[in-house]
Design a protein around this ligand. Structure first.
Ligand code: SF4
Length: 63
């Protein structure tokens, strides 16, 4: 699985980083999320799927 955060949609709600702190990191200034690594380890896939569902801005996508 690969994960991507649409920077134009992300509003920095931080939910994704609370759900999957090993996958998403937050910018110190604006709080926007980016993937630590776009290639998601298998043991993190369930958390990433939950983050996709939880993001209020629908900013997270997987492939
Ligand atoms: S939950 Fe969505 S809007 Fe919030 S920081 Fe994560 S990607 Fe951005």
């Amino acid at each position: 699985m690969k994960v991507n955060v649409d920077a134009g949609r992300c509003q920095g709600h931080t939910l994704c980083a609370m759900i999957a702190p090993d996958v998403f990191e937050l910018d110190d200034v604006d709080g926007h999320a980016t993937p630590v690594d776009p290639n998601v380890p298998a043991d993190q896939e369930r958390k990433v799927a939950e983050a996709v569902r939880s993001c209020p801005e629908r900013a997270i996508s997987t492939s």
